[in-house]
Design a protein. Structure first.
Length: 164
């Protein structure tokens, strides 16, 4: 699968609008993530979005948008609830390699994908957690252990706030 130059340009310019400068190495990691996402998607239906440019906008830039408003401290612990295909967690980790990332999902095959993606891109301090959000929210191992929690398309905000 060839990644188009325009995907990199869209991602680089979009990130700059959020105040994020992505290095060539970080852009390479996004390319690698796209390749892996599309490969796994053929068997496991990870995402319905399969155009690399649309992936950059709808998955990666949407995932990076919170960094326009918050600046997590170096080494901040972040949990991505209902990570699915790794969004927003993995794009955040690529942009901020210093964060400690936990990816929570109730579907084992999605966690296998995000674990492979993290290994493939050599992302350190990434942990996959197989659990439902409502169970993890009551578990002392996870409760009040994170500086930030992120999520996409899991639940309406009032319910999501209860889960977190």
């Amino acid at each position: 699968m060839e990644i188009h130059v325009s995907q990199r340009e869209i991602l680089k310019e979009g990130a700059q609008e959020f105040g994020i400068e992505l290095s060539p190495r970080q852009l390479d990691k996004f390319d690698a993530f796209t390749r892996l996402l599309l490969l796994w998607n053929q068997k496991f239906n990870i995402t319905r979005i399969t155009d690399p440019e649309e992936i950059s906008v709808r998955h990666y830039l949407d995932s990076l948008a919170p960094l326009a408003f918050i600046t997590p401290a170096k080494g901040a612990a972040i949990m991505d609830i209902g990570t699915g295909g790794g969004m927003p967690g993995i794009p955040l980790k690529i942009a901020r390699p210093d964060i400690k990332l936990s990816l929570l999902d109730s579907t084992h095959k999605r966690l296998l994908f995000v674990e492979e993606a993290a290994r493939d891109m050599e992302l350190s301090e990434v942990k996959a957690i197989h659990s439902r959000a409502e169970d993890a929210g009551q578990n002392r191992l996870f409760r009040e252990r994170y500086d930030f929690t992120v999520s996409r398309a899991v639940a309406r905000l009032p319910l999501l706030a209860e889960l977190c």
